[in-house]
Ligand binder design. Structure first.
Ligand code: PRT
Ligand code: ZN
Length: 213
């Protein structure tokens, strides 16, 4: 049986449109947005799976999918064995520390002994230990920006794009700890046939990117 690449994409969210657009520009056709969980391409040996972004690294590690597109923030935070194959340049954002607007800021050492709410405990933990700051990390899964207002934490570490969410919650960005964009991830060892399909796909992706620069 000839091989087919299984590619996991975010079903609906900030990565979805640009992910679908990328394959379209590569000349790879498939149906999406029909509510189906998967779709086989009509002109490239690929099957697309539509999932929540957080589940993609695990599915790629388990071999349910061969490739996936996720934010680098999600890939780096996850503990799954996956490899970054290529940087895609869209869904750019940053992971930043923020504190209530009225609070003084003299540098990262100000966070010593403080509590910080985040959905990114690993990235934040590594950053704090590099900076030799000892703070308590409160892991929460959503609406991190409300944590200081309800007395849960003195600072937050969250994804920022335009900055308007911080602004409307009375917070100010004080330090960027990680810069992210969408990346193509893969299982560390793909079978030969799948690897050669991946090489074909990468060739097209690079041509699309080169035409834009
Ligand atoms: O449903 P599913 O689990 O698949 O999606 P999700 O809600 O977990 O993720 P989604 O679609 O919000 O984001 C997917 C990826 O897009 C993230 O992992 C990032 O890599 C990237 N990305 C780019 C962002 C943003 N920009 C962004 N602004 N992810 C989240 N945000 C959120 C942020 O958490 C904060 O609440 O938007 C708010 C800040 O935005 P600004 O513009 O007000 O600063
Ligand atoms: Zn998610």
């Amino acid at each position: 049986m000839s091989s087919i690449l299984r590619i996991a994409l975010q079903k609906s969210g900030r990565l979805s449109e640009d992910s679908y657009q990328l394959f379209k520009e590569c000349g790879i056709r498939f149906d999406y947005g029909t509510g189906k969980l998967k779709s086989v391409s009509s002109n490239f040996p690929a099957e697309f799976l539509f999932l929540r972004d957080d589940d993609i690294p695990g599915y790629v590690e388990d071999g349910v999918a061969d490739l996936g597109i996720v934010g680098e923030n999600v890939a780096v935070e996850s503990t799954h064995q996956i490899e970054t194959v290529h940087r895609l340049g869209f869904s750019k954002c940053r992971l930043s520390l923020a504190i209530p607007r009225g609070t003084d800021w003299n540098g990262i050492q100000d966070l010593n002994g403080k509590s910080i709410a985040t959905s990114y405990p690993r990235i934040l933990g590594n950053y704090l230990s590099e900076q030799q700051v000892s703070a308590e990390i409160h892991e929460i899964s959503g609406s991190v920006e409300i944590a200081p207002g309800i007395g849960l934490a003195e600072a937050i570490c969250d994804i920022v794009s335009s900055g308007s969410t911080l602004l409307s919650n009375g917070l100010k960005e004080v330090e960027t700890i990680f810069r992210s964009e969408a990346i193509l991830i893969a299982r560390p060892t793909l079978e030969d046939e799948k690897q050669s399909l991946l090489n074909k796909l990468l060739f097209r992706i690079k041509a699309v990117q080169a035409a834009k620069n």
